[in-house]
Design a protein around this ligand. Structure first.
Ligand SMILES: [Zn+2]
Ligand SMILES: [Zn+2]
Length: 150
């Protein structure tokens, strides 16, 4: 297993939604990103390795601030009603639920960001996306779609 590949370690099991349905660790992190669920990382024999102690729903005032800044999905521009808050540094990794660490993404872009090598960052209030190497070998940053004119 390569460093940084924890989420895909074949020895790790599945995250379980509260319905008891097994989902991949990546999906667990995506669903927990802006949701009232408690992800649990399971090892072999379903022994819990890590249980996140807190949930991080986006508070209303933060959602309003994200809408003001991102105006919709920061990556594709879908309107805010299609979007949820994504934590750039996942809260399970210590990322704060704040304007500097959250970005508005539609479900499709949210899925892409969590399940691929796309990266994102927020610098001085500007959201930038870094494409995976297969898409751009130089991995040049792309500014958030609604921030091009900023
Ligand atoms: Zn989008
Ligand atoms: Zn997310």
């Amino acid at each position: 297993m390569a460093a940084g590949d924890e989420g895909t370690d074949p020895e790790l099991g599945f995250a379980y939604a509260h319905t008891g349905i097994a989902i991949s660790p990546e999906s667990g992190r995506r669903l927990a990103c802006d949701a009232d669920i408690t992800p649990m990382l399971l090892g072999r024999n379903s022994v819990p390795l890590n249980v996140a102690s807190t949930e991080r729903l986006l508070p209303a005032h933060l959602r309003k601030a994200l809408i003001a800044r991102d105006k919709g999905c920061a990556r594709c521009g879908r309107p805010p009603r299609w979007c949820r808050g994504h934590h750039v540094t996942h809260w399970a990794d210590g990322g704060d639920t704040c304007l500097e660490n959250c970005v508005l993404l539609c479900d499709a872009c949210h899925r892409l960001i969590h399940h691929s090598d796309w990266e994102e960052r927020i610098t001085d209030g500007i959201v930038e996306f870094i494409p995976p190497a297969y898409r751009d070998p130089e991995r040049r940053t792309i500014r958030g779609i609604n921030q091009l004119a900023a």
